[in-house]
Design a protein around this ligand. Structure first.
Ligand code: ZN
Length: 86
């Protein structure tokens, strides 16, 4: 962890927050990163909205039924890419 400037951890930027958003929602962030993220979210409305939207999106996608690809999909993709290379 970088200390900035007098022994305090540097505040997280919006770009860093958004890069860590998936891990935040999955609950896999290390404790120090989690604390920095929650400090950022406490005052940054755009990032709070981003997290809320991403969390809702993940919940909705996870609730969809699983679909199986057609059995011959892999062969069709391979054949199509080979034809393009020729
Ligand atoms: Zn932000």
């Amino acid at each position: 962890m970088k200390l900035w400037p007098f022994g305090r951890a540097r505040e997280m930027t919006c770009a860093e927050e958004q890069a860590a958003a998936s891990d935040y929602i999955d609950g896999t962030l290390p404790p120090t990163t989690l604390a920095r993220m929650e400090r950022h979210l406490a005052w940054c409305a755009p990032c709070s909205a981003f997290i809320a939207t991403l969390r809702l999106t993940v919940t909705m996608v996870r609730s969809l039924p699983h679909q199986h690809a057609p059995r011959d999909l892999k062969q069709r993709v391979l054949r199509a890419t080979q034809e393009k290379q020729e």
